[in-house]
Write a protein that binds this ligand. Structure first.
Ligand code: C2E
Ligand code: CA
Ligand code: CA
Length: 803
């Protein structure tokens, strides 16, 4: 056994030596002998003895009690006093230094040894206790615990530990009234805790701390442990407090996440990184009808297909990605879903996982399809609409030169049917027309209704031009059979324009435009036919466009007016009438010929406004002539077939006659032969005739006429077309026709006017054949109003110059 080392503090050398010898004899090692306060501390510090034997009165060396005090406090070395004196005061003072023994000189050696051993043993125990206390402190520190003792008798709490700040307790070791302690803890269910303490239950519970601020994000939780312990002070309940907010918040989050997973209606699949299914939620089973045995551990491809992009995503994903997938059900049906994948990185104890959320978008898909259908289909006929056409045109590759062609189809006179029969029959006709188109076209051809009565057919892979021609003929032929509409058989025809793609054109931009232009050419050529687009059409189209736009402007700017051409008696040369001829005087291009703009006005419907304007001007002239004393002069106005599609003209006529207070018998309407073909127009003309207005057939001889119609209509005059007059001297056939017309008129009791007379010979010839009145440049050109009035007064008694 190791010898204990002792330090002797003694100012008297002899006593010190004697003591040293006694101690060494008893098996101790005396390291050294100090004789003063200072020496005692320095030597103790240097040699670290196990015990110090301390004399109290060190004479000049100072006070042993002071030395003992310092050695105890700073070096934690036990001190045993050895002194010759004792007094109550001395014992009290030494007591304050917590000595390990007190021996009075002269000492007995055995007593001395017993005291030293006791002191050494006590010090050893104290050290052990101190170490275990230190260990406890370190553990409390490491665990971030607060310790508390509840003293049942005193009703106080002793709190100690690192935890003070979290529970608003400042100071290392604080004793508080139990009530104050709980108040500072700010527990939400403090009453419950107090009850537990009163009832003497052992506590191990988590409490929620009241929010320290309004900021509810900051949820704090503590865990309290407490158990009974009986100490000398009586019953103590001792325990620990721990801040478990982090853990508790995490658990709460987990719980929330779990609840969401369990209750959401979206299917959730958790995958291992080898694409096998680790788990799924309730909704997944509900939506797919699979059960756990089917899917857990199975590859995810068993339920997902089509789009395998999730493989890529799984392989390289830190971001969550959304895309569309097809989800299979147990019964092999499927639904579309939006897939959202996110990755959960591997940790030390857990493998890498992927969470896949599948949102059913079937209804969305359905709505999308419906929208698409609506966006690309014509509601009436079920064919494609303009959107579809634009899309198809945009996707065509004309460069391939692969026999692409576009047919632009327009039903002739559809407006007439719509106006006369109503919209519903009109719609029926369009539907039937669309069906017939569908029957003759191939499934891969694109059929479009552009709107109104316009249809488009786009074809591909048609090799030769003849094949395009054959197709156009086939389309025209769908009108060969009458359409049964509202119980009536109706014959309609259609006009077609065809544009064939070639390398030089941009399909999307040009095909439709070209086919449209070609279609107009078909209309111009008399309808019921097809025309292929060619470059010559470009100028025609451009000119037409120019006319149409200009006309609209002219109408609003009132730059359309009437010129008047006198009609004279073939024998007397007296003016018997004037014809109103429409003039468009454009600011930039000057006068535009009616031959150029009237057909465009007829196609675009602008003829209605022009016609009414001319009618009004004619009636106003009649009134003026009447006022100026020319009351036997008739005024003739041209009426286009397009104006006779509805009764607007009849209503306007009645109104104008009323307004101008004219004699309707002095007004003459010139219509062409072909106008009489239409039942509708014939009906209207008959009604017009009933008002007293005269009807003349213009350009007679150039079209088809039914004599019975002429009689029926009570037509009063025929005008021989000027082409016949023009060729009088050159074309003998025309001479025969003129004679036939004159004979016919005579037998029907009709008046005859010849127009386009430019020479004296023409005039004389016609006069001699019995033509009543003459019109032509030979007599007078069409002229503005002022010129006309002057002309009339100059020739009041017949045109002497010419006769
Ligand atoms: P139209 O009804 O046959 O009119 C007669 C045309 O012959 C007029 O041409 C007239 O200026 C022209 N003309 C008269 N005498 C001679 C002549 O000796 N030699 C020659 N070479 N021509 C002569 P314009 O004014 O150019 O009118 C052309 C056509 O335009 C008219 O033919 C008519 O069909 C149409 N038109 C003119 N004004 C109107 C109108 O207000 N309404 C309608 N619907 N059509 C009109
Ligand atoms: Ca005329
Ligand atoms: Ca004419």
């Amino acid at each position: 056994m190791e010898r204990s080392t002792l330090l002797i503090v003694e100012d008297e050398q002899l006593i010190a030596l004697n003591l040293s010898l006694d101690l060494q004899d008893n098996g101790y090692h005396v390291c050294c002998i100090a004789s003063s306060e200072k020496e005692a501390f320095d030597m103790a510090k240097q040699h670290q003895p196990d015990l110090v034997m301390m004399d109290i009165n060190l004479g000049a060396g100072g006070d042993g009690i002071n030395a003992a005090q310092r050695i105890g406090a700073e070096l934690h070395i036990p001190v045993v006093y050895l002194t010759a004196y004792t007094s109550d005061d001395l014992i009290r003072r030494t007591g304050l230094t917590a000595p390990y023994g007190y021996i009075v000189k002269p000492y007995n050696v055995r007593e001395l040894k017993a005291s030293i051993e006791t002191a050494l043993a006590r010090h050893r125990y104290e050290k052990i206790t101190e170490r275990s206390e230190k260990r406890l402190k370190a553990a409390v520190h490491a665990a971030k615990l607060g310790l508390w003792e509840y003293n049942v008798q005193r009703g106080t709490v002793l709190f100690e530990g690192l935890f003070g700040e979290q529970v608003n307790i400042v100071g290392d070791k604080v004793e508080l009234k139990a009530h104050d302690f709980f108040a500072r803890l700010a527990l939400e269910d403090v009453d419950e805790l107090e009850a537990m303490l009163r009832n003497g239950q052992n506590v191990s519970r988590t409490f929620k701390l009241k929010a320290r601020s309004e900021d509810v994000q900051d949820e704090r939780w503590i865990e309290l442990y407490l158990s009974d312990m009986t100490l000398e002070q009586g019953l103590i309940r001792i325990g620990a407090v721990k801040d478990v907010s982090e853990r508790e918040n995490f658990v709460n989050e987990l719980r929330t996440a779990y609840n969401i997973l369990a209750n959401i209606d979206e299917s959730v699949i958790v995958l291992y990184s080898d694409f096998t299914i680790r788990s799924v939620n309730k909704a997944f089973y509900k939506h797919t009808h699979f059960n756990a045995n089917d899917v857990i551990g199975a590859p995810v491809s068993m339920v997902l297909s089509g789009n395998r992009r999730h493989d890529e995503v799984l392989a390289d994903c830190n971001k969550s990605i959304r895309h569309e997938v097809v989800v299979h059900r147990r019964d092999h049906s499927h639904f579309h879903a939006l897939q959202n994948i996110s990755r959960i990185a591997a940790t030390e104890h857990n493998p890498e996982l992927f969470i896949m959320i599948l949102t059913d978008i079937s209804s969305l898909k359905k709505a999308e399809r419906e929208l698409n259908r609506m966006a690309y289909r014509d509601g009436l006929t079920g064919l494609g609409n303009r959107n579809l056409m634009n899309q198809v045109l945009g996707e065509l590759d004309c460069q391939k030169g692969s026999g692409i062609g576009l047919f632009f189809i327009d039903i002739d006179s559809f407006k007439l049917i719509n106006d006369s029969m109503g919209h519903e029959p009109g719609d029926q006709l369009l539907i039937e027309f669309a069906q017939r188109l569908q029957q003759i076209m191939r499934a891969e051809d694109v059929l479009i209704r552009l709107g109104g009565d316009e249809f488009v057919v786009i074809v591909e892979d048609v090799e030769r031009r003849q094949d395009f021609e054959r197709l156009a003929e086939k389309i025209i032929a769908i009108c060969n059979e009458p359409f049964n509409i509202s119980g009536r058989d109706i014959m309609v025809t259609c006009s077609i324009g065809v544009a064939i793609a070639d390398e030089s054109v941009d399909c999307a931009a040009s095909l439709l435009k070209h086919a449209d232009a070609a279609m107009y050419e078909s209309k111009r050529r008399g309808k019921y036919t097809y025309t292929f687009y060619s470059n010559d059409l470009v100028d025609v189209v451009r000119y037409r466009l120019f006319i149409e736009q200009g006309l609209r402007k002219a109408l609003t700017e009132q730059s359309i007016t009437a010129h008047w051409q006198p009609i004279v008696d073939g024998h007397s040369g007296q003016v018997v009438g004037v014809e109103a001829l429409c003039r468009w005087i454009d600011k930039d291009v000057g006068m535009v010929s009616p031959d150029a703009f009237i057909p465009v006005a007829e196609e675009t419907g602008l003829i209605q406004s022009i016609g009414l304007h001319m009618l009004r001007e004619s009636c106003m002239l009649l009134k003026l002539l009447d006022e100026r004393g020319f009351s036997d002069i008739r005024v003739a106005v041209n009426v286009s077939g397009a104006q006779l599609k509805d009764s607007e003209i009849l209503d306007a006529l009645n109104e104008i006659i009323q307004d101008c207070q004219i004699n309707p018998a002095h007004l003459e309407m010139e219509v062409t032969e072909s106008t009489l073909q239409s039942e509708n127009a014939a009906m209207l003309l008959w009604q017009i005739r009933q008002t007293g207005v005269n009807i003349a057939i213009d350009d007679f001889g150039t079209g088809y006429s039914s004599l019975s119609r002429l009689a029926e209509m009570a037509v009063s005059k025929l005008k021989i077309d000027r082409t016949f007059v023009d060729s009088l001297g050159t074309d003998s056939r025309h001479q025969i026709i003129i004679e036939a017309i004159i004979n016919l008129a005579r037998s029907l009791g009709l008046l005859i006017t010849a127009e386009g007379i430019e020479t004296k010979e023409q005039w004389h010839y016609l006069r001699d054949k019995g033509v009543h009145s003459m019109q032509g440049y030979y007599f007078a050109k069409p002229m503005p109003l002022n010129d006309l009035l002057r002309y009339l007064s100059d020739n009041k008694d017949g045109n002497r110059n010419l006769f």
